[in-house]
Design a protein around this ligand. Structure first.
Ligand code: KIV
Length: 273
């Protein structure tokens, strides 16, 4: 267990996450892409911060996660790491920087770890990326898997609907989950699959299984922070619980600022030198 150098805060490690699963304590995980947001959610006590390639959507305004580059992910990850004292930081390896071959995958993972200071990486896929996962793990880089709805394959799926409802896809998902665990992955994300299938996976695996749209029987939950804070507006899937209306609050605050500037109420004497 490592201790943050400038405080007595105990860092969350992959071993602590495993202990949490073993004793039945649920794991909390949110995304972050910048220093300020990472600092807020870390101070609130989140266990894992994911620098997701959803940055491509919520930070850059792209329709999919495909356009974001390795350099851009490293920039986001380094910003997040500077804001975090306690949480484990996981970084998505972006589309196109690990699918080619295992040497490319290893190079990308090492760049993320060296240049951002993050603690682990996440990959999408199962059997087809096994060799890359093994290679990255052999370099001592902790790997989180991601199965079910894997947004980097959106053009293969065609839609963002629930995955693995059919038996064949469900069986393949269970096989892939076992492969990732056997390779040595420290945790697995399951996205948008039936709750009963996610339950089977969480019970079959010894490593923590974290869900997004995968029901309540898994070992933890992850959401995209912009969605749960109500900053994004158009994305309202059934699995999303919105904990705030930050978009509304920000809109009102900006409106009040504009009003005060126009009416010359701001700045007043006390706000001037
Ligand atoms: O990129 C991301 O935010 C993710 C989560 C949806 C799990 O992969």
């Amino acid at each position: 267990m490592s201790v943050h150098p400038s405080s007595n805060i105990k860092r969350i490690t992959t071993h602590i996450l495993q202990e949490m699963k073993n004793r039945g304590e649920k794991i909390s995980m949110l995304t972050a892409y910048d220093y300020s947001m990472a600092g807020i959610i870390d101070a609130a006590g989140i266990d894992i911060i994911l620098v997701g390639d959803s940055a491509s959507n919520v930070m850059a305004g792209h329709e999919t996660t495909l356009p974001i580059t390795l350099d851009q992910m490293i920039y986001h990850a380094a910003s997040v790491v500077r804001g975090v004292k306690r949480a484990l930081v996981v970084v998505d390896i972006p589309f196109g920087s690990y699918q080619g071959n295992s040497s490319e995958a290893l190079r990308s993972a090492i760049r993320i770890m060296k240049e951002s200071g993050a603690h682990s990486i996440k990959v999408e896929g199962g059997a087809e990326i096994k060799e890359s996962v093994v290679r990255i793990l052999s370099a001592g880089v902790p790997v989180m898997g991601h199965l079910g709805l894997t947004p980097q394959s959106i053009y293969k799926f065609g839609t963002y609907t629930v995955r693995a409802k059919e038996e064949a896809e469900a069986n393949k998902l269970i096989e892939d989950a076992k492969i990732l665990e056997d390779c040595g992955c420290f945790a697995l994300i399951l996205e948008k699959i039936p709750a009963q299938l996610a339950k089977r996976v969480a019970e079959a695996l010894t490593i923590p299984v974290i869900g997004i749209g995968a029901g309540g029987y898994v070992d933890g939950q992850v959401l995209v922070v912009h969605d749960m804070l109500g900053i994004t507006q158009e994305f309202r899937p059934r699995f999303l619980r919105q904990y705030a209306d930050l978009r509304g609050m920000m809109h009102d605050a900006v409106g009040n600022f504009i009003k005060d500037v126009k009416s010359q109420d701001f700045p007043n004497e006390k706000e001037s030198y």
